[in-house]
Structures are given as structure tokens and as C-alpha cells.
Design a protein around this ligand. Structure first.
Ligand code: GLC
Length: 428
């Protein structure tokens, strides 16, 4: 296939028009309702046992934010008027960049993983004072109460044995005990989406949806009529939503992943996968690039910052040319190849934002079918924060679906929501 024909085919494979978006949002609502009732659904609809914050939460808390290969620990003070003062912050990788240790791999142990977290907590929590601990644990958990959650299964390609099926709070508590940390008392365990929503709702009570668009993807919302009898934030684990059409490249990526068939939406929209998806397309279609085919066959995983710079590229596409030169060793690409690679980056970024918008549309309509009032979706994550046009693409999709009414739906960045949210949850 000539590059121009490939481009036409990619545009078709990766475009999601307004009609498709509306169909996605309808299917999303259907699965939300089924999941809430405990019927078959790709949306887990996990109760969080947290409602909205009152804004009156106060005091010194430690927050652990564990949801990717970097863990963050915060010591924070909650003050009047939604003020959150972060007194200290520590960040460390669970996977040593030099390969010395990897707490996320198949050879790690749960004990080592949680000991490592407890050790860093010891450093940040001065002696002589008691702290409540809020723990953001951003994986699908069956929540038993605000401070008890059982990991259903790992996502985001984590493999540490001995954690699935276990109570996360108990694993951390045991590690705190081994470290003699009686001054730190676990009080809450929440998902990062819930943390993001809480952080934003702490300041603006009309925030009713929280989402992460980063390495992983997931959304939660405040369900006013929860089957458990009181309004409650529900972690949908929407990265697992399956009401979508796979392109042939999504199917290849899925098959090569740790859990084929799972996390269908996440694999089409999240940072961990987008660079791999681009790699998959370029490798699969390498033969279209004539003399450069062998270089394209070895295309590495495209990094997030590379994807971002290619999306923003214009003119003679210097960022795309730099990618081809530095990472594929192609010094004199045809202008057709450069254009195709740049367009592909844009198509993948745009499709990600539009699919996410389709799920937001379903969520908002589940709460308020006619969109009669203001709604705020609080979003954290590297894609939302850094990917060029990401928010604009979400907004455009909402407008295509809802016309003027889309103006009632606001999207806001809730930076560090997952960490700060754990602090608020501990104090709630
Ligand atoms: C994955 C996890 C989910 C989390 C999301 C964002 O989808 O399963 O719990 O919220 O990543 O970190």
C-alpha cells in the first residue's frame, strides 16, 4: 500500500464520529445501570464508601499515592476554606531505573513492596505525633468499608505476586507494624479517581465526576441514588469498558498484553498504551515505507513526550523528523512518511480524547439525563495535563453530542488530586 492509501485507511480506522460517540454514551449508561445492580457489565461500579467532602475536614495527615511505578508520599495539613498545605513530599520508583530492584515484576514479593512504602512513610512522618493515613491505591478493588479494600486484579501491567485477592490496608498495616510505626494509623483507602473528585469537590461542590487520563484511565462519579442507600462515589473502573469497536491494531496490541480482552477502553486511550499502539501501527505497516521498511519494523515504543511533540508539530514537522532520526535511524525520510507519522500521532491522540468524552457523556447523562444544570468533571493525569489539544478534543466531542448544553459541562484540571484526595479521605 502506498503511504497515501495507508493514511486514508488509518483515518477511517481511528475516527469516531458524533453518531458513534452517542452510541458509546448510550451503551455506557446501560452498562453503568447494569453494574450498579450487580448484573453483567464491563463496568465494575465499585462503591467507595465515600460521599462528597464537607469542606470541614482538618488536621495533619499522611497520604500515600500508589498507582503507577512511582509512589508519592505526602504530609499535609488541611485548613479552612478548602486549603490543603503540603508540608512534605517524597517520590520514589518501585522499579529501579538501573535494574537493581523491581517491586512491580513477577519476581517481587508483597512484603518487600509494602516494606519499601513503610520505610518511606517513616522518613516523612516526624516522631512524637499521630497521623491518619490516607492511601490512594489505583487498581480495581472490592471495597468493604472506607478503610478496607481487596485488590481484584492488577492492571497497568503490574505483576507483583501475593497482592491480588488480598486486603491492601492489611498489607500496609503489617508493614507499618514491622517498622514500629504505631504513630501512623490507616484511615482510608481510595482509588485515584475518587481522590481527584474529592480534591476538586473540596473547593467546588458541583464537581460530580472525577477522572484520570494518564498512564491509566478510569472515571468515578457521585451516584445520588446508590443501591446501598446513600449518595456515594462509585469507581466505575471504566478502563475496562468494552462497548467499543477495535481497529485491527488495537486487536494486535491487546493480544500481546498481559491480560488480553481486559481494559479495552484503557488500551485505546491511556498513556501506557498509546505509544505502544503507535509502535504497533508503524511496525505492522512497515512495508508501506519502501526503503525505510526495515527501520519501521524495529520501531520502539513511542514515549509520551515524543507523541506530544509530534501532535503539536507543524511546518516542516521538525519534531517528527527528530523522532524518525533519533529513534529509527532514518536521516532522509520522504515527506510523505513524515506527514503520515505526524498524522498518526494526531489521530491516536484525538481518538483517545473523543472516546473518553463519550464515556463522560454517558456518566453525566446517567446523573442528569437532560443536562439541566452545571456539572464539573475533575481530571488529573499526564495526558490531560500535557497532551496538545486533549481538552479541546474532549470539548469538541461534547459539543457534537450535546450542542449548546455542552457548555453546562465543565472540565477542569485537578492537579495532584490523587495524593491530596487521599489526605482528604483520611480526614473525612
Ligand atoms: C487503571 C486502574 C484504575 C485507576 C486507573 C488510573 O485503570 O485499574 O483503578 O484508576 O488505572 O490510574
Amino acid at each position: 500500500m502506498a503511504p497515501s492509501a495507508l493514511l486514508t485507511s488509518l483515518e477511517k480506522e481511528f475516527s469516531v464520529d458524533a453518531k458513534m460517540l452517542l452510541a458509546i454514551s448510550r451503551e455506557f449508561i446501560r452498562q453503568m445501570e447494569a453494574g450498579l445492580l450487580g448484573q453483567k457489565s464491563s463496568l465494575k461500579m465499585l462503591p467507595s464508601f465515600v460521599g462528597g467532602p464537607t469542606g470541614k475536614e482538618r488536621g495533619a495527615v499522611i497520604a500515600v499515592d500508589f498507582g503507577g511505578t512511582n509512589v508519592r508520599i505526602l504530609r499535609a495539613e488541611l485548613g479552612a476554606g478548602g486549603a490543603v498545605n503540603i508540608a512534605a513530599i517524597d517520590r520514589f520508583p518501585l522499579k529501579d531505573p538501573n535494574g537493581k530492584y523491581d517491586h512491580t515484576g513477577a519476581n517481587a514479593t508483597a512484603e518487600h513492596l509494602f516494606d519499601c512504602i513503610a520505610e518511606r512513610i517513616a522518613k516523612i512522618a516526624p516522631e512524637g505525633k499521630t497521623y491518619k493515613l490516607g492511601h490512594t491505591f489505583s487498581f480495581p478493588c472490592r471495597q468493604l468499608s472506607i478503610d478496607r479494600a481487596v485488590l481484584i486484579h492488577w492492571t497497568k501491567e503490574f505483576k507483583t505476586p501475593g497482592v491480588e485477592g488480598q486486603e491492601i490496608g492489611a498489607l500496609l498495616e503489617a508493614a507499618l507494624k514491622r517498622r514500629g510505626l504505631d504513630r501512623v494509623v490507616p484511615a482510608a483507602i481510595i482509588n485515584d479517581t475518587v481522590g481527584t473528585q474529592l480534591t476538586a469537590a473540596f473547593k467546588d461542590p458541583e464537581v460530580d465526576v472525577g477522572s484520570i487520563c494518564g498512564t491509566g484511565h478510569n472515571t468515578c462519579y457521585l451516584e445520588p441514588k446508590h443501591p446501598l442507600g446513600r449518595p456515594m462515589i462509585v469507581n466505575m473502573e471504566s478502563g475496562n469498558f468494552d462497548g467499543l469497536t477495535h481497529s485491527k491494531y488495537d486487536a494486535i496490541l491487546d493480544k500481546a498484553s498481559d491480560r488480553p480482552g481486559a481494559q479495552k477502553l484503557e488500551k485505546m486511550v491511556a498513556g501506557y498504551y498509546l505509544g505502544r499502539l503507535m509502535q504497533t501501527v508503524l511496525r505492522t505497516e512497515a512495508r508501506c515505507f519502501a526503503n525505510d521498511a526495515s527501520a519501521f519494523e524495529k520501531c520502539p515504543v513511542v514515549e509520551g513526550r515524543e507523541l506530544d511533540s509530534m501532535i503539536a508539530d507543524s511546518g516542516d514537522f521538525p519534531a517528527t523528523r527528530a523522532f524518525l532520526k533519533d529513534r529509527l535511524g532514518i536521516t532522509a525520510p520522504t515527506s510523505e512518511s513524515v506527514f503520515l507519522v505526524q498524522r498518526l500521532a494526531k489521530l491516536l491522540g484525538k481518538r483517545a480524547a473523543r472516546l473518553v468524552a463519550g464515556s463522560f457523556a454517558g456518566t453525566i447523562q446517567k446523573i442528569d439525563p437532560e443536562i439541566t444544570r452545571r456539572h464539573v468533571i475533575a481530571i488529573d493525569g499526564s495526558l490531560y495535563e500535557k497532551m496538545p489539544n486533549y481538552d479541546a478534543n474532549i470539548r469538541e466531542a461534547l459539543h457534537e453530542m450535546f450542542g449548546q448544553k455542552a457548555d453546562r459541562i465543565e472540565t477542569v484540571l485537578a492537579k495532584d488530586g490523587s495524593g491530596v484526595g487521599a489526605a482528604i479521605a483520611a480526614a473525612v
